[in-house]
Design a binder for this molecule. Structure first.
Ligand code: ADP
Ligand code: ADP
Length: 229
């Protein structure tokens, strides 16, 4: 069974008289331990489905099976526990806490997580051992995103959700971030989902789900995803 099975998922927003359909009958699978890219233009509905997968939002209808359990049926309390123990998040603009050091930012995220990894070890694994006492403003963009990835990985999540993780970075720095995400899937069996509008990034994925205008248009598997050099 696939790690994630989304079936006939709809998300509608009511804006006064107007109904916005952000996700229109989405169905797709994500395999365990793979790097899956959700590709599509701005406004396509990518963040909506990622937020639903992360337990930050609920669908209007449909099934969202994660390891066989339909999280669309979860209560707020169950969603909170799920976010805490199962999911790591990485965002375009890092979302670090500015008045905490690198190490403290990671410790914040792991404090409530039972199976968390050692924050300092995780920072070392992403190449930031010399930066643990620095504040976010003292780091480059790429370094701040490494902190954000360490913060997510230190929770030892089964699922790592990344919303445009390279969107604010130059090409080379973005590649080094993608390499970390590819390693997380290949070496640690973490299921990684990356949202992007960049087709270059899609070449590095095991599976590419193309979403446009609120619908899944194509699902393609790469037998030989490009290694990130
Ligand atoms: P993407 O991530 O592909 O850029 P989104 O999932 O953010 O797309 O948005 C899909 C559509 O849903 C857009 O038309 C967006 O304006 C709309 N949308 C997203 N969130 C909300 C919200 N909270 N209220 C109303 N409309 C929303
Ligand atoms: P990039 O252009 O790759 O984003 P920067 O030019 O911002 O990188 O930074 C290059 C190096 O200088 C990085 O290692 C970064 O951590 C360091 N650095 C940048 N700003 C500061 C600062 N205010 N204090 C300490 N180190 C800094």
């Amino acid at each position: 069974m696939a790690y994630i099975e989304i079936r006939n998922e709809f998300k509608r927003y009511q804006m006064g008289e107007t109904e916005i359909i952000a996700n229109n009958d989405l169905s797709f699978d994500v395999e365990r331990g793979q790097l899956t890219v959700i590709l599509g233009p701005s406004g396509a509905g990518k963040s909506t489905v990622l937020n639903i997968l992360g337990g930050m939002d609920s669908p209007t209808s449909g099934q969202v099976l994660v390891d066989g359990t339909d999280i669309a049926q979860f209560s707020e309390k169950q969603l909170t526990a799920y976010r805490r123990t199962d999911v790591g998040f990485v965002f375009q603009f890092y979302n670090l806490i500015p008045n905490l050091t690198t190490l403290e930012n990671v410790e914040m995220a792991t404090a409530l997580t039972p199976d968390a990894l050692d924050p300092a070890e995780t920072l070392k694994a992403v190449g930031l051992e010399k930066r643990i006492d620095n504040f976010p403003a003292q780091l480059s963009g790429g370094e701040q995103q490494r902190v954000a990835i360490a913060r997510a990985l230190a929770k030892n999540p089964k699922l790592l959700l990344c919303d445009e993780p390279t969107g604010a970075l130059d090409y080379q720095t973005g590649k080094s971030i993608l390499r970390l995400l590819q390693e997380a899937s290949q070496n640690h069996n973490t299921t990684v989902i990356v949202i992007t509008h960049n087709a270059e990034i899609a070449k590095m994925a095991d599976r590419v789900i193309h979403i446009n205008d609120a619908k899944v248009r194509t699902v393609e598997d790469n037998d030989n995803p490009l290694p990130v050099e």
